[in-house]
Design a protein around this ligand. Structure first.
Ligand SMILES: [Zn+2]
Length: 458
């Protein structure tokens, strides 16, 4: 049967659930107070009318145009509609279409309009995104719309509890791209020979002894230190609020993959150690599977075999989950939680929200069981010259600013630091991530706001 609505009502329901959470799902009286449409079609009992703009609901292809700078309603940028709010005969008329604006961001709508805009890794470039170009990537504006809507509901007399200005949950996550430096014969032999010829650079046999598994002082191996650092925050905030996740590569045959084998004794031992520390293990979907998502299920099963436990968490290597609907393949692979959603080149709120939500497929217009955990920051976005190119203080200020924005919206922190950027070797060579990571965790543990300096900044 032809559906004249074409699934739009499902899209609207999805957005209102994200904006108001359980208050929307469970409070029948509250639902009757909000009307999405115009004043003429407004039911008698509705008191908040959000004027509907049909740009997305009747979308027929091509880029969605925006005129920059965007108008702001109560300080929040508006993507569709007008930045107006009127009180007329006891009804609040909202000119800003915060429903379509949220939908655009939450579903990565601009990534399918058109699809050609991709970087050399097939990813949508963050610096081409509307949030970046319009200057609000550092603000979870969907959460801010939610707060506006709650404030309007309160204004008309609905009793709603204030959300605490605290992060709900912290995910300390680590992608294990290069667990060890000397676990393969060629690099181990090369280093041993070099040390033999250049005395004073450490025992020359160490690399080969590491390769043979007789010694364990590989310079890449800083997992004990990471476990210790992460545990400090868990002790301060409680294990129920701080979850540690290591994402492990299990497949891929193209160049950025294949640094280690999940079947090797060394990696199996590492996984056991991480599990013993209380960390969760997730799948680091390979670069190749970013190109061919149909192989994700195999990769997940390989990890299940080694861990002998259910694997339901995922993050894509290189953050290269290319097309929005590729999430379907995660569901098929038995994945329930994804942690990929940040732009590699610019840190910020790619989906406009800091709060985990159930993914909605914009192509099939279908609500799904996949929980998307928006990324707060990935460390290499901060320092790489081709990305943000921040020095140590700038990187700290920007990260604390994003943390502060998350706190204000009672969101979730999803921090990504690779083990390979936390080694003492790299710190000695001038890399700042080991110090930065420790400083950020300390600031969180001590509940230091840390945002005074960042507030006026980025
Ligand atoms: Zn990776």
């Amino acid at each position: 049967m032809h559906d004249p609505d074409s699934g739009v009502s499902k899209c609207i329901e999805f957005v209102l659930t994200v904006l108001l959470g359980s208050d929307w799902l469970e409070n029948e009286d509250l639902r009757k107070l909000i009307h999405y449409g115009d004043a003429e079609t407004c039911p008698i009992g509705a008191r908040i009318i959000i004027r509907r703009v049909d740009t997305l609901w009747q979308y027929e292809g091509g880029p969605v145009p925006f005129e920059l700078p965007l108008e702001k309603l109560e300080g929040v940028p508006v993507l569709f509609g007008e930045a107006t709010l009127e009180n007329k005969a006891g009804k609040l008329l909202v000119g800003a279409d915060i429903i379509a604006s949220s939908y655009f961001l939450l579903t990565r709508f601009e990534e399918i309009t058109p699809r050609e805009l991709r970087d050399p890794h097939g990813r949508f470039p963050g610096d081409e995104s509307l949030p970046y170009r319009a200057g609000f990537l550092d603000r979870p504006i969907v959460d801010e719309y939610g707060n506006l809507l709650r404030s309007w509901l309160k204004r008309i007399g609905v009793a709603l509890e204030d959300r605490p200005k605290e992060a709900r949950k912290v995910y300390l996550t680590h992608d294990v791209d290069i667990p060890y430096r000397w676990h393969k014969f060629t690099p181990a032999r090369r280093e041993s020979v070099w040390r033999f010829k250049h005395p004073g650079n450490g025992p020359f046999m160490d690399p080969m002894l590491n390769f043979l598994g007789w010694k364990q002082n590989d310079p890449e191996d800083c997992f004990d230190w990471m476990i210790e650092q992460d545990a400090k925050l868990q002790q301060a905030w409680g294990r129920d609020r701080v979850e540690v996740i290591y994402f492990i590569l299990t497949g891929g045959t193209v160049l950025p993959d294949g640094n280690y084998s999940i079947k090797s004794r060394l990696i199996k031992r590492l996984i056991k150690k991480l599990i013993r520390s209380g960390a969760a293990i997730g799948l680091h979907t390979s670069y190749e599977a970013g190109q061919r998502p149909e192989i994700i299920e195999n990769e997940a099963n390989r990890l299940r075999e080694v861990c002998e436990e259910e694997i339901t968490l995922n993050r894509h290597h290189y953050l290269s989950c290319r097309e929005p609907e590729d999430f379907e393949y995660l569901l098929k692979a038995g994945i329930a939680h994804d942690f990929t959603m940040g732009y590699p080149d610019v840190a910020g709120f790619r989906l406009g929200t800091s709060r985990a939500f159930s993914w909605f497929d914009p192509v099939q217009k279908r609500q799904t069981e996949l929980t998307v955990h928006p990324m707060t920051v990935m460390e290499v976005s901060l320092n790489l010259k081709t990305y943000m190119g921040f020095n140590y203080e700038e990187a700290y200020a920007h990260t604390m600013h994003l943390i502060d924005q998350t706190r204000r919206c009672n969101g979730d922190l999803n921090l990504l630091w690779h083990n390979s950027n936390l080694t003492p070797d790299l710190a000695e060579a001038g890399g700042y991530h080991r110090n930065l990571y420790e400083r950020i965790l300390n600031a969180l543990a001590n509940k230091e706001p840390g945002m005074e300096r960042a507030e006026g900044g980025r």
